[in-house]
Design a protein around this ligand. Structure first.
Ligand code: SF4
Length: 312
């Protein structure tokens, strides 16, 4: 009988990990160390709570993830030779939003924190105006409109599914001695070229280019394609704005440097680098004011401010 493989907290790097590291060291610790194993029924109460809080989402994040799911569903319809219906997609995003909202309101996440939505706004009793909810609805519906009207969708429709390379596939590759997780929204081969798309529902941000550069590094390795044959697109669906990014040597070098520095800084805070172990005291709180950034947006507030057993 094969040995049961141990599920180990190996060090890996991702964009969101870097973001947590730079926002608040304590938040980073809770997300990547304190909450580890909190999905197990026999885990200690603190790990379980940190795990639950780590799975928490917010209204804009929920809206973005619902739109991503709908774009993925639409492309898969296309793959099976059927015609996608924009009105059906708009209905879907609203229906899925209502379903997640109800899960959060009814605290269904208590038994299933990974699969049922737990909204920051509900958990921390934030009051929401009707206008704020309408804005979220508009964001989702406009993003669906933006996708159906995009040149990217038109282009993809002219391709055969044999040219598809990736659709929301989670994969990893190695950079600077660390596993780097990537999830490409969509990639397609056309002739010698590889086209990579990242659907965005948020605002245009320059740092998204670094994320695309990381995808280019992955594509080069995975599909053995020259960088100059890779085409990268951030498609801002809500604004109907496609941003084409060139994987120039300069951009790729700066992305590599960015990742290497980030990995080195994270590893400096490990007490046992080989086993990815560390201690909470090395990770200070970013602030002592619950009402100010970054705490005011942080899902771990209750640990840092309401429960003093480890938040000091
Ligand atoms: S509540 Fe503030 S101090 Fe605590 S983990 Fe979050 S950002 Fe850091």
């Amino acid at each position: 009988m094969a040995d049961k493989k141990e599920f180990k907290n190996d060090f890996s790097w991702s964009f969101s990990r870097d973001n947590a590291f730079n926002t608040c060291k304590r938040k980073y610790y809770y997300s990547y160390y304190g909450s580890w194993g909190g999905w197990n029924k026999d885990a200690d109460e603190l790990s379980k709570k940190l795990y639950m809080l780590n799975k928490m989402t917010s209204l804009p994040m929920l809206a973005g993830s619902i739109v991503h799911d709908e774009v993925e569903r639409t492309l898969k319809i296309l793959r099976y030779g059927r015609k996608a219906d924009i009105e059906k997609s708009k209905e879907n995003v609203i229906k899925n939003f209502k379903q997640s909202w109800a899960q959060s309101k009814n605290k269904e996440w208590e038994d299933s924190p990974k699969w049922k939505a737990n909204l920051f706004e509900h958990y921390y009793k934030k009051s929401l105006s009707d206008q704020e909810l309408l804005d979220i609805r508009d964001l989702m519906v406009n993003s669906v409109d933006g996708f159906f009207a995009s040149d990217s969708y038109r282009f993809i429709q002219t391709m055969s599914d044999t040219q598809w390379l990736a659709i929301e596939d989670l994969d990893s590759f190695e950079v600077h001695g660390a596993k780097l997780w990537v999830k490409l929204d969509f990639a397609i081969r056309h002739g010698e070229r590889v086209y990579i798309y990242d659907w965005k529902t948020g605002k245009v941000a320059k740092e998204n280019e670094v994320q695309l550069a990381i995808y280019a590094l992955y594509a080069k390795q995975k599909w053995d394609v020259d960088l100059n044959l890779i085409r990268l697109f951030d498609v801002y669906l809500n604004q109907q704005l496609p941003v084409k990014v060139k994987p120039t040597n300069r951009l790729i070098d700066s992305a590599k440097g960015f990742i290497e520095n980030s990995i080195d800084s994270m590893k400096e805070l490990l007490t046992d680098v080989d086993n990815n172990k560390t201690e909470i005291d090395l990770f200070p709180l970013a602030s002592e004011d619950r009402e100010s950034y970054p705490c005011s947006y942080c899902s771990f507030q209750t640990i840092c401010y309401d429960e003093k057993e480890i938040g000091n």
